[in-house]
Design a binder for this molecule. Structure first.
Ligand code: SIN
Ligand code: CO
Length: 377
């Protein structure tokens, strides 16, 4: 694999071996001559929407305040020490999505979203740690990062946000536009805006096993199949009628032991779970959809692409799309795998899809899960 500028001229394999989950990496000019593709006004507009997760953090006289969006108003940028955080900008902005996709040497199952912070001078979210890996890309203005490998990660009680009780910075960097800092999980950090600035966080998802386990058991509950009813043809007279008998428990245990989960169950669950959109996501339906024949004709000319909010994964012969699973085979499978990996499919490939797949694609188009690629200018 080739060396990447955004990884300090390391190959993805070298980066994963030496840094990922292990130690920080400062990458000067990870994105040379970077021009922030999303304006502050666009970010503020997103923070006003109720389908976008946003937070406003202020730090005044040693007091931290956290407000959750949507917001009708954002403080003046001349007012000191506030930060607006907008989650999932990639779901709404093609350029944010394109930036996130540059990290596709990491699997889609791990890549979460692009969060953007806009801060006034002195703004920050305080010294803290995150449970996830993160790439912090300076998009506009300057931010001073202090970081520490400290193991004391205790937090101040009663704060509206996670603030380390004791932060002992070990290294300090001033990031300019295009510079990027990678931090592994649980690495203490504090970023303070030096003047107005914008920082992009390329975030990852790592569900807890507890969360996965609970969701898996719910998933299994829907597919459990235990025929029959409790029976006790060998029942013996009881002198202690209130006692639960051992034979009753043994019989039930024997039946419960028939509930086994297979690798296929786990794969199906993980595929549906990880491809599910977040609860706040609503797909944008095409405002005046083409009829199916017209859509297919245009798709064969222009190709199709996944909607920004769509998540498509696959494993063997199953495609997972926005929380649903579809069994696929033959050349359709090849096409859908291409669509999942590249998030687009060209017109010529599109034209070779089976009748079944074309019908399914029409439904996905009407649901706002896929769309036509833009017409050439
Ligand atoms: C920020 O962009 O201000 C905060 C990002 C972080 O520290 O995780
Ligand atoms: Co952080």
């Amino acid at each position: 694999m080739k060396k990447l500028t955004l990884l300090n001229n390391l190959t993805p394999a070298e980066f994963l071996r030496d840094y990922w989950h292990k130690k920080p990496l400062l990458i000067r000019q990870a994105f040379p001559q970077f021009k922030a593709p999303i304006k502050a006004t666009e970010l503020i507009d997103l923070a006003k929407r109720d389908d976008v997760e946003s937070r406003l953090i202020t730090h005044v006289k040693k007091q931290w305040q956290l407000l959750n969006g949507p917001f009708t108003e954002i403080p003046d940028i001349k007012k000191k020490a506030w930060t607006l955080l907008v989650q999932g900008v990639n779901l709404h902005h093609p350029k944010a999505d394109a930036l996130l996709r540059q990290f596709n040497f990491l699997p889609d199952t791990r890549l979460d979203d692009l969060m953007i912070s806009l801060a006034s001078d002195g703004g920050g979210v305080g010294p803290h740690f995150d449970s996830y890996d993160v790439f912090l890309l300076q998009a506009y203005g300057q931010r001073r990062w202090q970081i520490s490998a400290q193991t004391d990660l205790s937090l101040i009680d009663g704060m509206p946000l996670k603030i380390l009780r004791q932060f002992t910075p070990e290294q300090e960097f001033i990031l300019e536009p295009g510079d990027m800092l990678y931090l592994p999980p649980h690495y203490a950090h504090d970023g303070i805006a030096l003047g107005e600035c914008m920082t992009y966080s390329i975030g990852f998802r790592a569900p807890t096993y507890q969360e996965l386990g609970e969701a898996f058991l719910q998933f299994m509950a829907d597919s459990i199949d235990l025929p029959g009813r409790y029976a006790d043809q060998d029942l013996k007279p009881s002198s202690h009628p209130a006692e639960i008998s051992k034979s009753m428990l043994d019989t039930i245990e024997h039946e419960f032991n028939k509930v086994a989960f297979t690798k296929d169950d786990i794969a199906l669950f993980i595929g549906e779970y990880l491809s599910s959109p977040k609860p706040s996501v609503f797909f944008n339906l095409p405002p005046s959809p083409h009829t199916p024949p017209k859509f297919l004709k245009l798709a064969a000319q222009r190709g199709i692409q996944l909607a920004l909010k769509s998540r498509m994964l696959y494993r063997n012969r199953t495609i997972f799309f926005n929380g649903e699973s579809f069994g696929v085979q033959g050349s359709d499978r090849t096409l859908l795998i291409q669509l999942a990996n590249n998030r687009r499919l060209d017109g010529a490939s599109m034209a070779t899809a089976s009748q079944d797949m074309k019908e399914t694609l029409c439904v996905w188009y009407e649901d706002g899960w896929i769309e036509l690629q833009p017409a050439p200018a």
